[in-house]
Design a protein around this ligand. Sequence first.
Ligand SMILES: [Zn+2]
Length: 373
Amino acid sequence: MRFWVVLLFVIYTSFSFAGDKTTLYDFRYWSAPDHTRIVIDKEEDTLFNIKSFDDYVVISFDDAEVLSETFSNIFFKDSRIEKVRIKRDKETIKLIVHIKNKFKTNHFTLKPNAKYKFHRLVVDIVDSGLKSTKIITKPEAAKPNKNQKIILVDAGHGGEDSGAIGKNRSKEKDVNLAIAKKLVSIINKNKDLKAVLTRSGDYYVPLTKRITIAQKEKATMFISIHADAVESPVAKGASVYTLSEKGNNSKLAKQLELSQNVVDQFGGVESVIDNDQFLKNILTDFSRKDRDMQSFKLANEIINQLEKIGPIHKKVPQKANFVVLKSPSIPSVLVETAFISNPTQEKRLTNRKQQAKIAQSIYQGILKYYSNL
Ligand SMILES: [Zn+2]
């Protein structure tokens, strides 16, 4: 009798151990100019361990299994990563990531949210060499023009943060980047202006870092490119937002503020403390008033131009409390180019010619703003 009890117990526990394996659902990576971000979709209680060596990192998971359909996603093709090897034994899965340059790692975990149903482990492999991580834009002009005005062009979202997703599955982050890049190349044809992107590829840049880039580059204007989304598939047209620290009471703006400002659930390590210190340093009353007035003028000019090429959602500049607009003393606007949630507008947003038209209109608005200064 005792024998059977023990045997049953052994069978039961070995079964339950097999069933206890947690699942690794997916692997993704995003290549930024100064780091590569590896994201692993896992279960909440998946045990992991990260160890760095000279030229490789070992990410190991205890009692975990990889879904067979996502297995090939483990092997990344990234300029920083030489190869990824996988080692498995009964208890652990080890991901051994060989890295070409000097590096350090950061990691954090993220909880599920509206866009991601799994818990995530994020491992950043950050360049630690002396190489400069300057944002790449265009080759320096032969003779830099001292009076050149520098315009920061910000493509909203990126990497893990896809932004809104259209009915035909196009992603806002891709549309934003396409329009932003076109705007930059149009601006850079003008010798008096120079445009710089906050991101040049599909990776996430924290919101306050976007402002820091503007400061580093000594930008005199900040333009953030986005596309709107709402439940209703018929809402259409462009809107342009300026900052209001008080926020906005309209339902759409409230919803937008939420989706814009909490996107840092995608970036992870942007702490609130940093944010506060940052704002304390930059906001004097004087620069704020001046900035708000200039931002309003710029927004108006851009709306006037966008009106010539398509529908407008709001004919006057809207106010909202967007973190990304909190640059000190430079006009800052956020352009919602169209509604990606409207299939007709989504088509327009993904069409290259239409993207160029939108970029051209924003550029004309910038020129009009400068000519009235
Ligand atoms: Zn957006």
